[in-house]
Design a binder for this molecule. Structure first.
Ligand code: HEC
Ligand code: HEC
Length: 308
């Protein structure tokens, strides 16, 4: 039976290959986490810092932790914007429904549509450097940075089962509302619920050189290739995690509207830009990558021109 199944799958693959050329890539969001009712779930508990052994391993965990929460300052050569990893993976990468590291580590190696291959955990980290941190060439797989971040993640996942999708992994899906989304409504939500911290122009807030409130668009935010540029992904993050400390107060509609509003603003170019062409890049990487406006006209303006 198994052999039979395999054969028919292989046939399907074969026939797909024959027609491969015109088939657009599917949604590249890797995580399909069902929506959750937060209140009745017992989430995995990562260890407390006080449990760390006082040895080389414990020191490496702390080094990874420091990199995760203070990325811009600790690894400036790999960060091309004003963000830290923990800006999108809240509570030091510990918070359920905020793509916690303990939910991620046990799920790799894994196939990712984004680059159409099996990714090691190191490669997954490199991806967030390249896109979310707009970092240019990411640290090498055997670098001190990737090692420390991997050790930190491994430690947070202590006693978690391998290859099992734990509740709270990723950002739970928030289905697109029947009425779609509305930029103007999103702007209103933004004014009322977000601008007090993220600024009137999404620019965040700085104390000296450092952001204390991260920017949501512009040159210091995530680039057009980052997962957060998808309206669906941003809506999921926002619904469960924003306004900070009050996750869950927005309706699905409000989360989508404000996610759309944020993601119709310019940000650094997609580093995968194909032959300098926004249109070619749209077709290759964005046409079927969830819901996004890269390469489209919004209010008469072409999105995806990039910003330095
Ligand atoms: C009380 C202040 C506060 C409010 C209000 C707030 N945020 Fe945030 N937001 C933060 C902070 C701080 C972070 C980074 C979290 C961290 O580092 O722990 C963040 C992170 C983010 C991020 C990911 C990081 C980035 O720069 O892209 C997004 C997106 C975001 N917020 C969107 C929103 C939206 C949309 C609203 C309104 C619905 C909102 N926030 C309201 C403080 C706030
Ligand atoms: C602008 C927001 C943002 C920042 C900053 C960010 N990430 Fe992410 N990260 C995401 C999003 C969005 C996803 C999920 C993408 C998806 O749905 O496929 C993700 C996914 C991941 C995953 C995989 C999660 C899983 O369960 O498979 C890891 C690991 C990760 N990030 C680590 C990092 C590290 C390390 C940094 C800093 C170098 C970082 N991230 C910075 C937004 C961000």
């Amino acid at each position: 039976m198994k052999a039979l199944l395999f054969t028919s799958q292989a046939l399907v693959l074969l026939s797909l290959n024959v027609h491969a050329a015109p088939i657009a890539m599917e949604d590249q969001s890797q995580l399909q986490s069902p929506a959750v009712d937060n209140t009745h779930i017992e989430y995995f508990q990562p260890p407390a810092q006080s449990e760390l052994p006082d040895n080389a391993y414990g020191k490496m965990v702390m080094e990874g932790y420091a990199l995760f929460v203070d990325t811009k300052r600790k690894a400036p050569q790999y960060v091309g914007n004003g963000l830290n990893c923990s800006n999108c993976h809240l509570d030091q990468g510990r918070l359920a429904n905020s793509a916690p590291l303990w939910g991620a580590y046990p799920m790799y190696p894994a196939y990712r549509k984004k680059n159409d291959k099996v990714n090691t955990f190191a490669e997954r980290l490199q991806g967030c450097f390249q896109f979310s941190m707009n970092g240019g060439k990411p640290p090498a797989a055997d670098s001190r940075e990737i090692t420390a971040l991997s050790v930190y993640s491994y430690w947070l996942a202590s006693k978690a089962p391998i290859g099992v999708q734990l509740p709270g992994r990723g950002y739970p899906d928030v289905a697109q509302p029947a009425k779609g989304y509305d930029f103007a409504q999103g702007q209103q939500v933004y004014k009322e619920q977000c601008s007090v911290c993220h600024g009137d122009n999404g620019q965040g807030q700085k104390v000296g050189q450092d952001y204390v409130m991260p920017p949501l668009w512009g040159k210091d935010s995530y680039n057009w290739g980052a997962g957060m540029h998808r309206i669906n992904t941003a809506a999921s993050f926002i619904k469960y995690n924003m306004p900070l400390g009050k996750g869950g107060i927005l309706s699905d509609q409000q989360a989508w509207d404000v996610a759309a509003f944020i993601n119709k603003h310019e940000r650094p170019q997609d580093p995968r830009l194909v032959e300098g062409s926004i249109e070619k890049t749209r077709v290759k990487f964005h046409a079927n990558d969830g819901v996004n406006v890269y390469g489209e006209q919004v209010d008469g303006v072409l999105m995806g021109q990039g910003i330095r």
